[in-house]
Design a protein around this ligand. Structure first.
Ligand code: NAG
Length: 220
């Protein structure tokens, strides 16, 4: 278990930033969104028991440059369950008209083209907007309840059958918590929070930091 591989290639993304998302809309919104990205950034894994069997679940959230969404910020998300790739997405947070942070989960062309933990995120710089697809009803909605602590709602869209189950979620600099709710088939056994502690965080790309001069990292 300890030798779980995490080889995401992120160095290229940090250097290819010449056409960075320089001209963004609202400075206050940018600072809010960057604080959110700084908070959710990280890698965490947990062993869960499922009918007597141990299942390992891991999540990586890596802030990265995705030119197709400029001037919006984005992060790469990879979720692995029991040794299988469950999700590989680009998530784009924005401030909604309601003032909350919304985040759209985009699937993209070629998402399965790499081993677990080995996706080269610089590939995302070459994709165009047409390579990404989402469904608005799968957006996360979050709010900062305290510096470096976000609480919100996470629809689990990969389970779309006749309804979308929802998780209540809390993100902090060091951990992430989920609890299943608004799920018509709620299994009482699953009705306990899952708390995942981060092993480490990923740095924000320079191109993002340039957009918010004097940015104060809520997790520093
Ligand atoms: C994104 O991909 C996941 C995993 O394949 C799938 O379950 C989900 O329905 C997809 N979402 C959209 C909006 O296509």
């Amino acid at each position: 278990m300890a030798s779980f591989k995490i080889g995401f290639i992120i160095s290229v993304a940090v250097t290819l930033t010449s056409c960075a998302p320089a001209e963004k809309g609202n400075a206050k919104d940018d600072a809010r969104l960057l604080s959110f990205l700084a908070t959710i950034s990280g890698y965490s894994a947990i062993d869960l028991e499922d009918n007597g069997r141990i299942i390992r679940e891991s999540m990586a959230s890596i802030p990265v440059d995705v030119p197709a969404f400029y001037p919006d910020f984005a992060y790469f998300y990879e979720e692995v369950v029991d040794g299988a790739l469950k999700l590989r997405q680009v998530i784009v947070p924005f401030i909604g008209e309601d003032g909350f942070i919304h985040a759209s989960q985009y699937n993209f062309t070629g998402w399965q083209d790499a081993e677990i933990g080995e996706f080269d995120v610089s590939v995302l710089q070459k994709l165009s907007r047409e390579d990404f697809y989402t469904s608005r009803e799968c957006d996360l909605v979050l709010t900062e309840i305290k510096k470096g602590i976000y609480m919100g709602n996470l629809p689990e869209c990969e389970s779309i059958i006749e309804y979308i189950p929802n998780f209540g979620t809390v993100w902090t600099c060091t951990s992430t918590g989920f609890i299943n709710y608004r799920n018509p088939e709620l299994n009482p056994q699953e009705d306990v929070p899952i708390i995942m502690h981060k092993d480490f965080r990923y740095p924000l790309p320079d191109s993002m930091l340039e957009v918010v001069p004097g940015f104060e990292d809520p997790c520093a």
